[in-house]
Design a protein around this ligand. Structure first.
Ligand code: MGP
Length: 210
């Protein structure tokens, strides 16, 4: 307890510990949404669903950078593995209630782009999601993004919640194109999760293209 002095200014008694407030909560910059990073480990002996591991969640700019400065870059993932960034509580799976009626915008990247472009494009995609600079309706539609490192073509995808909302899907596709500065000769294709889940071998038709 502090003792008042003759001039009325409170004075701390000697040998009393002064509680210093933790500066962190004050100094951190909150994001609008809590996000989670997932890692898909390609292991043929484990069920697909069990191969998705949640790495960490973050809700401030500082915690986002702390996480992304700490982890392996996407271009160094083992072939067959993914990183997924999804809104908290949404699993990076077709089956999640927030994804079940949705689909994804995909950009295919050839192997030579893995060393030159992949990390930059993944970071631009993350910025598009986490920055939430799009119209609110579009931001709400987005559930997450996935970077998949594959033997032939790597793939960058933005997942949305409802494939029937054509106008919103198209706007998100254009936003992704602009944010990633995709050259005109590279199409972005939107496919429905339900079609992807039923696919056997041959590729499926895109519902939308930008
Ligand atoms: P993939 O990782 O989306 O594509 O799905 P990849 O590896 O490029 O191969 P592609 O040639 O099939 O495009 C690969 C396989 O993982 C699918 O065929 C499913 O068996 C499984 N899988 C992928 N996803 C995204 C899901 C999912 O959301 N749920 C379930 N249950 N399985 C999935």
């Amino acid at each position: 307890m502090s003792t008042p002095t003759s001039n009325g200014v409170a004075e701390q008694p000697e040998n009393t510990e002064v509680a210093v407030p933790d500066p962190e909560p004050v100094l951190k910059h909150p994001l609008n949404t809590v996000w989670s990073l997932w890692y898909f480990i390609n292991d043929k002996n484990v069920r697909w669903e069990d191969s998705q591991v949640k790495v960490a969640s973050f809700s401030t700019v500082e915690d986002f950078w702390a996480l992304f400065n700490h982890i392996e870059s996407a271009s160094r993932l083992r072939v067959g593995c993914d990183y997924s960034l999804f809104k908290d509580e949404i699993k990076p799976m077709w089956e999640d209630a927030m994804n079940i009626t949705g689909g994804k915008w995909s950009l295919s990247l050839n192997k030579s782009q893995r060393n030159t472009d992949l990390d930059k494009l993944w970071m631009e995609t993350i910025m598009l999601l986490v920055g939430e600079n799009m119209e609110e309706e579009l931001t709400k539609q987005i559930t997450g993004a996935v970077i998949s490192v594959r033997p032939r073509l790597d793939r960058l995808a933005v997942w949305t919640g409802n494939h029937k909302k054509a106008d919103l899907c198209m706007k998100i596709g254009h936003s992704m194109r602009d944010a990633l500065n995709v050259p005109p000769n590279m199409p972005l294709e939107y496919t429905i999760h339900q079609d992807n889940s039923k696919r056997k071998g041959s590729s499926i038709r895109a519902l939308y293209t930008v």
